[in-house]
Design a protein around this ligand. Sequence first.
Ligand code: CA
Length: 261
Amino acid sequence: MRILVVEDEQALADGLKFNFELEGYEVTCVGDGQSAVRLFEEGAAPIDLVVLDLMLPGMSGYEVCTTIRSRDHDVPIIILSARSMSEDRRLAFDCGTDQYLSKPFALPELLSRVRNLLEKTRRRKGLDNSPRGPESFAFGDVTVDFRRYEVTVRGKSHHLTELELQLLRYFIEHEGDVLTRAEIVKNVWGEKPEMTTRSIDNFVLRLRRIIEVNPSTPRHILSVRGAGYRFVATPEEPIANSNEPASTESVGGDSEETGVG
Ligand code: CA
């Protein structure tokens, strides 16, 4: 799914792009309304959702919203604006926006809104990626809710990014199998050349921190030395035979809560 970000503040546009890409979306950024409208007119890359600033050089966000709406009745539009008066919101909704978030905004809230809107689009278009299997899966004291991008671990819920969820799903679907890093990259992130086998290790560390009681002696996502990883839903021993060397917890950028806004 592709998100169009219309934002003249470069740092904010970059932050949004970074975070949307982490969630697995394609992102196009433009800094003014004319460029946004042109993209819709050209129709070269289909756009599934628009994140739109109101105060833009040239054409205002309201005009952009009205123009996009006149060409595409369905594409979800989220306005992100420093203006927070109810009059601004009313105008925005009159122009056909779906949602309105005032800056500064909380990133998790924006991501959650984006997810919900795109989920509706998927359902409407009937492309609910059906071969994706069951909607939830439970193992040990962990429950994975694939629709809500959520894992509940010992009563506490955690949000997963699209890429983390895809990896966890792949592990679950291949329960018990030894999976090499190369095959994980190919089958989970095939279309993303920037994903290296090294990225896998970082994703695995993050998943372990979420689901394992003791991430340094994992019982579910096991390392298989010289090969890759193996997911075990029901460990045989109450205490894992650690086939994992000492924790490498320091690896990997873990700053998902990158502040934006
Ligand atoms: Ca602006």
